[in-house]
Design a protein. Structure first.
Ligand code: C2E
Ligand code: MG
Ligand code: MG
Ligand code: MG
Length: 270
């Protein structure tokens, strides 16, 4: 009796596992298809200074899955990373963002804007990453001084020497670096001091409850102080209310991104 039940449990588990695996295999196939058929787009979200003026944008990838709904990047980016598709996808993002940047040159209200581009770990660690970025810049004519690559802490901590070399090679050309989701990873202060960063992005998880959770408020203030000490810009992401902005501004924050200032929108809307 017990044995039979056990076997059934295992069979049930297998079935569920198989369903999960099938769903992933199908999503991977759809990702491949969309890479071939130009099924990805970029949205742009404003980044503002402390007087509310737009100073730049972050490019955010959007995927309209074939005969389905939009899938969140937090779902398909990890899969693209695991399967290696992120290399092709990341190259497309970089090129599309650079083309957009160049098209902003022709209008005085957008000609000064910077473009922040998310770079995943696997993409950054490609031996040819530096060459890839430089080629895209050359091909598109984008101004490297207006490009900012957003990296995450986990990416920076692994293989620190190579990371620093890669960053220096790109910084030499004028490209900037932001540390995304700062405070959620494991980077130590010793790392932070060595990395040629330009900006820290306070993760939205600390911004969300910054007015009600004293721990989050303390973390946000610490990051602002750290940025000041290390000579780095600090931008708060996920700012949704004027009260959050005011609190952060009071503690020295000079740059903001979040629904309060604008949601990610298409290039035309932007
Ligand atoms: P991220 O780089 O930290 O981007 C910020 C995320 O917060 C975006 O989600 C944005 O839409 C969302 N957001 C902005 N303001 C607010 C706000 O006020 N409230 C709330 N609740 N959310 C806000 P999205 O577009 O879904 O992207 C999720 C993540 O996917 C990104 O986090 C980034 O890690 C990754 N991602 C997006 N595009 C790319 C890409 O082109 N390449 C790579 N490698 N990763 C990407
Ligand atoms: Mg980002
Ligand atoms: Mg972030
Ligand atoms: Mg994130």
């Amino acid at each position: 009796q017990a044995k039979a039940a056990g076997r059934n449990t295992i069979r049930f588990f297998d079935l569920r596992m198989q369903t999960v695996i099938n769903a992933r295999v199908e999503m991977e196939a759809d990702l491949r298809r969309s890479l071939q058929s130009h099924g990805f787009t970029l949205n742009y979200q404003r980044q503002t200074d402390n007087s509310g003026h737009t100073v730049g944008a972050e490019a955010l990838l959007r995927w309209q899955r074939p005969s389905s709904q939009q899938v969140s990047p937090s779902v398909f980016i990890p899969l693209a990373e695991e399967t290696g598709l992120i290399l092709q996808l990341g190259a497309w993002v970089l090129e599309a963002a650079c083309r957009q940047l160049v098209s902003w040159d022709s209008r005085p209200e957008t000609a000064h804007l910077t473009m922040a581009v998310n770079v995943s770990a696997r993409q950054f660690r490609q031996p040819a990453f530096v060459d890839q970025v430089l080629h895209v810049i050359e091909r598109t004519g984008a101004d490297p001084r207006r490009i900012k690559l957003e990296l995450t802490e986990s990416l920076l901590v692994a293989n620190i020497e190579n990371t620093i070399d890669t960053m220096h090679a790109l910084k030499e050309k004028g490209i900037g670096f932001a540390l995304d989701d700062f405070g959620t990873g494991y980077s130590s202060l010793a790392y932070l001091k060595r990395l040629p960063l330009d900006q820290l992005k306070i993760d939205q998880s600390f911004v969300r409850d910054v007015l009600t959770d004293p721990n989050d408020a303390a973390i946000a203030r610490t990051i602002l102080g750290l940025g000041h000490t290390l000579g780095l810009d600090v931008i708060a992401e996920g700012v949704e209310t004027a009260n959050q902005r005011d609190f952060l501004a009071m503690h020295g924050c000079r740059a903001f991104q979040g629904y309060l200032f604008g949601r990610p929108v298409t290039a035309e809307q932007f």
